[in-house]
Design a protein around this ligand. Sequence first.
Ligand SMILES: O=c1cc[nH]c(=O)[nH]1
Length: 418
Amino acid sequence: MTLPLTAIVNARLAGRPGLYRVAMADGRFTAIDAQAASQSAAADELDAGGNLLLPPFVEPHIHLDAALTAGEPRWNQSGTLFEGIECWGERKAMLSRDDVVSRAEQTLKLFAAHGIQYVRTHVDVTDPQLTALRAMVEVRERVREFVDLQIVAFPQEGILSFPGGKELMTEAVAIGADVIGGIPHFEFTRDYGVESVKWLMDLAERHDCLVDVHCDEIDDPQSRFLEVLAAEALSRDYGSRVTASHTCAMHSYEDAYCSRLFRLLGKSGLNFVALPTENLHLQGRFDGYPKRRGITRVPELLDAGLKVCFGQDSIRDPWYPMGNGNLLRTLDVGLHACHMLGMERIETALEIVTDNGAAALNLNSYGIAVGNPARCMVVNGATPYEVLLNQSPVLASIRDGRCLVQREAPVHEVAGWS
Ligand SMILES: O=c1cc[nH]c(=O)[nH]1
């Protein structure tokens, strides 16, 4: 562990002109002062070099129990969600505590190296032994110094459609899950799907838990569980604590239906997670040409005042064979796929992988402000546009005043080419 820093100098802050000195002590931010000019950094200070200082990246949706299992015991040949669930069902039978701990920690280390300090992982609880869930509760403690980890009790094969599904969800909460999940579009019938949403909301209320539902991860425009989740959240006044992940079917809804839906969404105040790389890969698989993108209506949701964040979903698992831990890659793909490369969108794009993720995770004390834990990162660029153009790994990641990661900006030189 490195010695504590007393300040970061020559930092740019989002939306503010000039350079700043951000002081810290005892793991918290203590002052944020505008600098008249560039300063040299003392031995216990970090020089941000005129780059942006941001709060840490937030990964709002990953399946750590399945990470790094792509191809085991077989590859997903069709590229569908459904074959992914079948392949995972075979791999799930081979899980052990050590296997889960080792792959989850390798993946979290990769995330930490990319400036991610907050992670929400879905963990499959449709396993009578709850092997992955028990292991992940251990991982949450083991990595605490580097990453805050939230665990979702995720019923991959359904709550009503899997034998003992309700009991397993309830046991997962008793063992230590923080968040209640669901998968209504995968339940056997529409009625089961609706009942599962009501049941999981009851469970969350009973245990004072957050909610994050895999909702309508399918191209079927008849998959309308989002309206059920939003209505339940609204009637219980629970919206800011509820997240709808995926909502791919919204890509395929009629505009007339969407216009009615958005009225409810606005009232409910739900949070949204879009998974651009995974949605592009898994959706549109039953289409000829043109093929749908399957990503929810991100700009429209943002314009309606709702919080939308992006997540990676998978790192090399049965659903998606790629992934490198860098949320800037996910953001880049999402901005392209959602027609969000207008300059106004670019200027606020980094909020999608920072502040909006923090809203979905219901984080307190997140952000660069006096009194908050001194958690932040230096990214490569003076503006959001430059950061997106550079696409480089973070230059530094600071947690509670200590540097977790520090690297040089990549240089682009060709020998002999002046
Ligand atoms: O995208 C994903 C990944 C894992 N499980 C799901 O249900 N969906």
